[in-house]
Design a protein around this ligand. Structure first.
Ligand code: COA
Length: 271
């Protein structure tokens, strides 16, 4: 059994109150250190499916049970909280602009760029991705590689219930300014959301190419989505909906490449 497997079992026991009281915080700290180092993650794609590692979510929740608030400072700035901040940006090869905040227990892959944004515990941001100004990556959300998460975007956090999927933004996705994705929605590879798209599990998604309302909760790969509305069956009203207009094409690529130069090049100077 690997160390990680046995730690997972221990966290399950702590969760079920079957472990010695003094050991719980020790195992939870070990789990959060692994999460913070990117060695375990809340959700991962296995055999083409996103699978939630419930024990990791349990560890995150247990941290709040076991930890008291404490004062934290950064120069003249102070906080009072249960979770500290991530440190070691240069070593991690991540460019992070002042006032970007990533909490301990999140993981940012090398060569990602954090503008002044907020990344919560359990979240993961892939290499080459830019999280633009005032956007938030909620707890446990998984953002893939080479994404552009535009200004003011909200990616919802999902901690409870344990089996609930976090929001998943796959590789090469573009989320337009002020969009919001919540409730464990999956945005598949290369999809584009225009600015101001709001997406939760119940949001209807209409595909123009397919000429029908598709399954909610998932945006198919390379779809170009815009905000719109759909008429109710009796025609009495319209409800907000996401409209898939087309598949991503060269024109979309040109319009969404707005920060590719800013994201190029190494995060730290080479020797
Ligand atoms: C989605 C976007 C990338 C356009 O992609 P595109 O491939 O060039 O899209 P097109 O111009 O070919 O438009 C395709 C269709 O979608 C519609 N559409 C495109 N963008 C739209 C928008 N933002 N709102 C509503 N409809 C939109 C077009 O009117 C067109 O409709 P039609 O087929 O009925 O004529 C662009 O609208 C967008 O939102 N850019 C992001 C801006 C942004 O957030 N920047 C970041 C700032 S930090």
């Amino acid at each position: 059994m690997t160390d990680i497997q046995s730690l997972a079992e221990r966290i399950d026991k702590v969760w079920a109150d079957e472990e010695a009281a003094d050991l719980g915080p020790v195992f939870v700290k070990q789990a959060l250190d692994l999460l913070d180092a990117g060695e375990v993650r809340v959700a991962e794609k296995r055999g083409g499916q996103w699978v939630v590692n419930e024990w990791v979510k349990k560890a995150v929740l247990l941290h709040f049970r076991f930890t008291n608030n404490r004062e934290m400072t950064a120069g003249p700035i102070e906080w009072f909280d249960k979770v500290g901040l991530k440190t070691g940006w240069e070593q991690a090869r991540v460019r992070s602009v002042p006032t970007a905040i990533a909490r301990y227990g999140s993981f940012i892959e090398p060569d990602a760029v954090l503008m002044p944004c907020y990344v919560n515990i359990g979240a993961r941001v892939g290499s080459g991705t830019m999280i633009d100004t005032w956007s938030t990556v909620g707890s446990c959300a998984q953002v893939g590689k080479n994404c552009h998460i535009s200004g003011g975007v909200g990616i919802g956090g999902v901690l409870e219930p344990l089996q609930a999927n976090p929001v998943i933004i796959e590789d090469d996705v573009f989320l337009g300014a002020r969009s919001e994705v919540a409730e464990g929605v999956i945005v598949e590879e290369g999809a584009v959301l225009a600015m101001g798209c709001f997406l939760a599990q119940s949001t209807k998604v209409y595909s123009v190419p397919e000429g029908r309302v598709i399954e909610p909760g998932r945006i198919p790969a390379r779809s170009v989505c815009v905000p719109g509305s759909l008429a109710s069956k009796d025609g009495s009203h319209h409800t907000y909906a996401i409209i898939i207009k087309k598949q991503r094409d060269a024109k979309t690529d040109a319009r969404t490449a707005l920060t590719s130069i800013l994201r190029e090049g190494p995060a730290v100077a080479s020797e």
